[in-house]
Design a binder for this molecule. Structure first.
Ligand SMILES: NC(=O)c1ccc[n+]([C@@H]2O[C@H](COP(=O)([O-])OP(=O)(O)OC[C@H]3O[C@@H](n4cnc5c(N)ncnc54)[C@H](OP(=O)(O)O)[C@@H]3O)[C@@H](O)[C@H]2O)c1
Length: 341
């Protein structure tokens, strides 16, 4: 167990496009004490999300204000100490902690201890395991945000790319629960039955046959109502062609790099819209009441296992390099997690 004076931290020391794990080192940081209205959280579990790796690679538009700094936008842990005037949580309680401004403060969750404002932690009910609580915000909120943005009527189809991702699986579960159908693009045939078991209506292997023709067949010529795409590159053109006139495609990831191909004629003559979606931007206009509704909704979806984030391999903080490498491996499966001893 870590000393209360200093603690282990995965420190980001620069950018590295090819080998992002080399943009970090294992360091020790002074363990801070919580000030008024703050809490000290002992971090038990924090995911390695694609966005973290994109920051390490310098592919996201954020640059840390100074190095070394600590990555990690979300995670969970136990309250170790509370500052003055903290009444919403107590020592020993399991909580979800987010550090949405890690890019500004340099203080993320990839370390054994973190001080955060007490109002920013969310108590974890007993029925939610650590590995699920650690993934509470980034992916589930992106799923809910994109689903609400597309406002798809029941029984209509949403098409999605990289559907076997941790996020894509939750999107299938959420849409199914809401009565909306999904057409899911994957790149490996083994994923077809896996996704159908989660509630996917249709699964298409992008390496087999004509995707647009298959979407036309599935939808009886109506095409998908809307789509979400986290791949980009050549695939976006296929996605754009698969939605109906005036349909919307939300682009929310860059798994195939920072450029994409789109059919200009689809935009001009069919009125298809291509919009970016970023969960942080979506949340930025929320009132406290809207935020509370989102937290309660997410807790209920996870508690009832309506959405169930796939848990991947766990690595100790000390083994962060292998953890980042694992998160980048094709077929890595569930969410790779950093855990404390
Ligand atoms: N914009 C936002 O606010 C926001 C928020 C959250 C997440 N995201 C994005 O959502 C995406 C999924 O996140 P996640 O945490 O669920 O990731 P993940 O679990 O690591 O999933 C990656 C999935 O993408 C597939 N994949 C990777 N590269 C691909 C490519 N070039 N072409 C087709 N498929 C590819 C993988 O397929 P295999 O299984 O075959 O390897 C895997 O199924 C990421 O792009 C992430 O950046 C965006």
């Amino acid at each position: 167990m870590a000393s209360l004076k200093t603690h282990l931290a995965v420190e980001m020391t620069g950018l590295n496009r090819q080998e992002p794990w080399e943009a970090c080192r294992l360091g020790r940081r002074p363990t801070p004490s919580p000030g008024p209205l703050e809490v000290l959280v002992r971090v038990l579990c924090a995911p390695i999300n694609p966005s973290n790796v994109l920051v390490l690679q310098g592919l996201y538009p954020w640059r840390p204000k100074e190095y070394p700094c600590v990555q990690g936008f979300e995670g969970m842990g136990v309250i170790e100490q509370i500052g003055e005037d903290v009444h919403n949580v107590s020592v020993g309680q399991r909580v979800i902690a987010s550090s949405g401004d890690a890019d500004q403060t340099g203080q993320g969750l990839w370390q054994e201890f973190i001080v955060v404002p007490a109002m920013r932690v969310i108590p974890v009910p007993d029925f939610i395991p650590n590995e699920v609580a650690a993934q509470f915000s980034v992916n589930p909120w992106c799923v809910i945000g994109m689903f609400r943005t597309l406002a798809t009527p029941k029984e209509e189809y949403i098409l999605q790319t990289a559907a076997a991702s941790v996020l894509g699986r939750m999107f299938i579960q959420y849409a199914h629960h809401q009565g909306v159908k999904t057409i899911n693009l994957v790149r490996r045939k083994e994923q077809i039955e896996e996704l159908k078991a989660l509630g996917a209506d249709e699964v298409i292997n992008i390496n087999e046959g004509d995707v647009v023709a298959r979407v036309r067949e599935i939808t009886g010529g109506r095409m998908a109502y809307g789509a979400i795409d986290c791949v980009g590159g050549e695939l976006t053109k296929v996605v754009v062609e698969s939605v109906r006139d005036r349909g919307t495609v939300l682009i929310y990831g860059l798994l195939a790099g920072t450029n994409l191909k789109g059919g200009i004629l689809d935009f001009i003559f069919r009125g298809v819209k291509l919009e970016g979606f970023y969960v942080g931007l979506w949340l930025s206009s929320f009132s406290p009441e809207q935020f509370q509704e989102l937290v309660s909704h997410t807790m209920s979806l996870l508690g009832q296992k309506v959405i169930n984030p796939l848990i991947g391999q766990k690595f100790k903080f000390q083994d962060f390099k292998n953890a980042i490498k694992k998160s980048l491996e094709p077929q890595h499966g569930g969410k790779v997690l950093l855990v404390s001893e």
